[in-house]
Design a protein around this ligand. Structure first.
Ligand code: ACK
Length: 823
């Protein structure tokens, strides 16, 4: 009896040990006797990736996922049960015979499993150093023999070595699908495919609607994304044969890089900056309005540098001129002269383009361009041809049907030969070339003089029209006060009717709020683009100045941390600026809101701080003008769908040339709580007064509290004073927003507070410039001691309020001074 009890006990112990063997991140493999649960993880052999359970920020749902092991801020690259979250902490992940990876919930029900159809005698699951999770036989390392791999079922991230495309033998398509939102990894609206109908190209779809194409592979890169080519970090591999079509990228250095499809359909290529300890987006697609699929319709070409951005290809005209002229380009263009294949067509070469949609195309390799022409000409349905591989100059790509989604790519576009009626083709051009040259020479002189006369007449007419429309004094090009920059703005003009339609006649329902010089509305352009529309209030003379200033300042600036001005509309009394729409509104909407700010984890806050710093550095140093913003504050930082910050509202900005770094004004504009003492009191503004405002903003982002109006029962300081007090007492971490809990990197937070305090020092000379700020935020190293901040007591500000402020507007509890006589 005793013997048998001992035997049972032994058996029990052995089975307990076997069944619940703990995995603590020391191994990269799970066998059928092991499992992971709770906080247990497995780590790839070289320590790059972790597999375990996680919850996205501000969600309590639990998922099994893979993330980077050596990157402090959890960056998830793959999710197993993305559609079926665990709602308690009790999930178990294990591999079972004959070769399935299964995830069970607390009631032991399988909520997710790998879908391998083959089996192995001794199945194990292993997390490879590439981030690929594989189910295989314990003794088999040949990738061709894997039973299942996560690289075949990606979520929103493509890692080096992952093949996106089609395997025609197995029928498997590997594609990315976006998360629904940063908190919800279930499949969102967007998918990224390597589309193999026709010659392969990468596409992004929203549901079943094509939104963006990279264009076809041309041997060097994708035709529509010329900046994405083999570089020192990675190279591309594109495989197109009868068994499979895929592309993948291969790492050439130790840089950590990934490609993601965001919940709003933006493709982003990231690298990890080890010094700055943050992810850097080095390429985003779509890149501009012209990347919006088929915007200009068939035989239309898109160019963001011209207005309107759509044009018909030469020898083509709008199909519906009325609609076209109203900015509805989707019906595209038609030939001026119809084709006549039987009597003989020709070709016309168009240069400098992103090649059109290859959905309806075919190709061959090793053929010369001359041969391509011959083949295309023979087939009456062939509408165009081009060189397949521009690196070797060989092969042909043939199009059938209409040519759609062409974009001008200056400097890096490709040639395409389009089938034309013989009278419109290049060969016709050649025959008549000699005649044309001699005619042209004699005509040139006549035309030149005629042109001059016309130019003068047009200018006079334009001036007269502006005068009639009450625009006297508002010629944007004339609005440059600085002679050095006196040239045309080249800002696309929108017709008022288009804006009225987009905003539903400036309907109250579409109103986003009140900006510096008038109301801001959300609009939806006919082609589907969301925009923000800033309308200058009638009778506002102050506003007119700010409107002009804003248009001039940002029309020529482009940086990923500045809000993008898409165009303007000046018709009759209406003066309107049109911007890209920022779905996450402004930063103050998030950081000062009790519930909203919970969704801002430290990683996002630090990303926002760094983005603002980069945008400001661009304004101060890297843009073609030196610009001092003068009203940097939380409500002037807008957030895009991926929480990238964009500095906005340049109504009060001032630009400088050469070595000028600031000026003195008797018209102080800015917002209490953000203005530096020398500016608010003496009207002295410089890059260092912007640095002061940045410091205030940084401390607000860390603490989730407004500087102005901050109250503490223990003292009379404002937020800056409070931060400085805590810093002096080495208690700076007490400043941190309680909503962050313990989920932050304390050395990063302490460094940020320290840098913020250096920026708000009383004396402008002591404050760092923005390049030092960026360096200090991103690098560990000694920081100088911060001295007393300027305006660190609420009453300092009250004193400024008592000066002769002549106009003030209040929104969101802020007082924006629009005029204050400095002493
Ligand atoms: O904080 P908000 O919601 O974001 O309220 C203000 C309001 O208009 C007045 O400035 C919002 N706003 C301004 N520009 C944009 C934009 N480009 N996209 C979205 N919202 C914007 C701002």
């Amino acid at each position: 009896m005793k013997k048998s009890i001992n035997g049972i006990l032994l058996l029990f112990l052995v089975s307990v040990l076997c069944l619940t063997e703990k995995i603590a991140g020391l191994t990269d493999t799970l066998t059928t006797t092991q499992s992971i649960k709770g906080d247990e993880t497995i780590i790839s052999a070289g320590g790059s990736f972790v597999l375990g359970f996680f919850s996205p920020s501000s969600s309590t749902n639990r998922y099994v996922g893979i993330w980077y092991n050596k990157i402090p801020n959890q960056t998830v690259v793959w999710v197993a049960n993305r559609e079926v979250p665990l709602i308690s902490k009790s999930g178990v992940l294990e591999v079972i015979k004959p070769g399935l990876l299964v995830l069970r919930n607390d009631t032991n029900n399988t909520i997710w499993k790998s879908n391998s159809s083959t089996s192995a005698p001794n199945p194990v699951v292993q997390l490879l150093e590439t981030g690929n999770l594989v189910v295989k036989d314990a003794n088999q390392d040949d990738p061709g023999m894997f039973l299942w791999q996560s690289f075949d079922y990606p979520t929103d991230t493509s890692l080096p070595g992952m093949k996106l495309g089609h395997n025609f033998v197995t029928g498997l398509e590997v594609y990315l699908s976006s998360w629904k939102s940063p908190e919800d990894p279930s499949p969102g609206e967007y998918t990224h495919h390597c589309d193999s109908t026709g010659y392969p190209q990468n596409i992004v779809k929203k549901g079943s609607i094509l939104r963006f194409r990279t264009g076809p592979w041309n041997g060097l890169g994708f035709s529509g994304v010329p900046s994405l080519q083999k570089n020192s970090i990675f190279s591309y591999e594109v495989v197109i044969n009868s068994k499979e079509v895929y592309y993948s990228f291969k790492l050439l250095s130790s840089t950590i890089t990934r490609y993601t499809l965001s919940p709003s359909g933006v493709g982003q290529r990231w690298t990890w900056d080890n010094q700055a300890r943050s992810w850097i987006i080095y390429l985003s697609t779509p890149d501009d309005t012209c990347d919006s699929y088929g915007l200009c319709g068939a035989y239309g070409s898109c160019d963001t540098r011209i207005s309107p951005i759509c044009e018909c290809l030469d020898k083509f005209s709008p199909k519906f001129p009325d609609k076209w002229n109203k900015g509805n380009w989707s019906n595209g263009c038609i030939r001026n002269v119809a084709l006549d294949c039987q009597s003989g067509d020709g070709f016309k070469k168009y240069s400098g383009f992103k090649l059109p949609d290859t959905h309806n195309s075919s190709y061959n390799t090793n053929t010369s361009l001359k041969e391509c022409r011959r083949i295309c000409l023979k087939n009456c349905s062939c509408t165009a041809y081009s060189t397949l591989d521009i690196s070797s100059g060989s092969g042909c790509l043939f199009w059938f049907g209409d040519l759609i989604d062409m974009k001008v790519i200056s400097g890096a576009g490709q040639d395409i030969h389009v089938r034309m009626a013989s009278s419109d083709s290049d060969s016709n051009g050649k025959k008549g070339k000699k005649l044309v040259i001699s005619l042209a020479l004699s005509l040139a002189m006549v035309l030149l003089s005629l042109g001059l006369v016309l130019l003068l007449q047009r200018r006079n007419k334009k001036r007269a029209k502006q005068k009639k429309e009450g625009m006297e004094g508002f010629n944007l090009s004339m609005a440059y006060t600085d002679e050095r920059h006196k040239k045309d703005l080249e800002l696309p003009l929108f017709e008022l009717s288009r804006i009225i339609k987009a905003t539903d006649n400036f309907s109250f329902n579409n109103k986003l709020g009140e900006g510096g010089f008038g109301p801001v509305y959300k609009g939806l352009l006919e082609e589907g683009q969301e925009v923000a529309v800033k309308r200058l209030s009638e009778h506002s003379t102050q506003g007119l100045e700010e409107f002009k200033n804003e248009a001039i300042c940002i029309a020529k600036l482009q940086h990923r941390n500045l809000v993008k001005l898409l165009g303007c509309c000046i018709e009759g009394k209406e003066k309107i600026l049109i911007y890209e729409y920022m779905p996450n509104k402004s930063l103050d909407f998030f950081i000062f809101d009790q519930t909203k700010r919970k969704s801002l984890d430290w990683l996002t806050r630090f990303h926002i701080i760094q983005g603002i710093a980069r945008g400001l550095l661009y304004l101060h140093q890297d843009s073609r003008l030196r610009i001092i913003h003068r009203d940097l504050k939380a409500s002037n930082i807008l957030l895009d769908a991926d929480m990238n910050p964009k500095i906005s509202d340049f109504g009060t900005a001032r630009s400088f040339g050469g070595n000028e770094t600031g000026a003195n004004t008797s018209r102080v504009v800015g917002t209490h709580g953000y203005m530096s003492p020398e500016y608010a009191v003496d009207g002295l503004f410089s890059v260092k007064s912007d640095v002061f405002s940045f410091g205030v903003l940084l401390i607000e982002i860390v603490s989730g509290k407004r500087n102005r109006g901050f109250l503490h029962h223990g003292h009379q300081f404002n937020l800056l004073g409070h931060a400085w007090k805590l810093y002096k007492e080495e208690r700076a971490l007490e400043l941190v927003d309680l909503h962050l809990g313990n989920s932050y990197n304390s050395s990063e937070v302490l460094r940020s507070i320290h840098v913020g305090l250096l920026c708000v020092q009383q004396c402008p000379e002591d404050r760092p410039d923005m390049s030092s700020v960026i360096f200090m935020l991103g690098n560990e190293g000694h920081l100088p001691e911060a001295t007393q901040p300027g305006f660190f007591m609420e009453r300092n500000i009250v004193k400024a309020d008592n000066s002769s402020s002549t106009q003030a507007s209040s929104s969101k509890g802020e007082i924006t001074m629009t005029q204050l006589e400095a002493r």
